[in-house]
Design a protein around this ligand. Sequence first.
Ligand SMILES: [Zn+2]
Length: 316
Amino acid sequence: MRAAEDVTFGATPLDRAAQLRGDLGALLARAGASTIVLWKGKPLVRGDALVFLPLDHPVLKEAERSPMFLGLRAEAPVFAVDISPWAPDDVDEEAMGQFFDPTQNHHPATDDTDNFVELRGVMAQLSPDEANIAATARAIFAWHDSHEFCARCGNRSGITQAGWQRSCPSCNAQHFPRTDAVVIVLVTSGNSVLLGRSPNWPEGMYSLLAGFLEPGETIEAASRREVFEEVGVRLDQITYLASQPWPYPSSLMFGTAGEALNTDMTIDPVEIEDAKWFSRETVLASLDGSNPALKPARNGSIARFLIERWLKDDLD
Ligand SMILES: [Zn+2]
């Protein structure tokens, strides 16, 4: 697909400079270094922009882990610092546990207008470069959070390679950040698209069907299997369209398309709550707000990206 990397999180703003990761001290000492800050997966933003701070900013004292090196921008290192140990006293735990966390959190050491916000809420407003930087940091911190212990021997591992690896001092195993492959399929039948919803989604929201790849599967096979499992629809030829890093917490979405061989559905209630065929006109009306009963996939998701390209007949 042309311009496939225009998808949210698809930009490549940094030279990852993996060859420099072995010497974090030298990177931290380089001129022009700056860092973004995350708290519990929420990036620090000011309006529609990520906040970049100097490495001696007082808020960074909240961190327990050393800064993670994201890459070089115009030769200056860009880091990410996780200050999740910070415990503000006004946290709404229930709101933070929702599918979409609407709360913002302000640290007194930052500017008055700076807040930690859910990335899903700003991903489509950030510049493409900043969206990618925030997504990269969010995914790698989530990996460290859930991989503190060695998967081979169970002992505590340590962060190495400026954040890009964990090494086990007990058995010498090396662990690398994982990415979970997911297929997300634009299933069409003539003028209609197949959209489904999960039970925990906002009311009225429907999106493309998706699922994790399993060992031994191609992207094409996984696309066919997922759609058949969820709704009982068989697909013809599968076409790969675009991919999107999706940091919730660490997926890579493979967007594909397939024409349905049957339109009758058998919905698996374990997998999804509902699925329907929607005409182009119905989906267009939901995007321009004239059909409030159907809420489209969130702006910034690859589902929304693919649906909009399909509506414009621009999938090539
Ligand atoms: Zn080990």
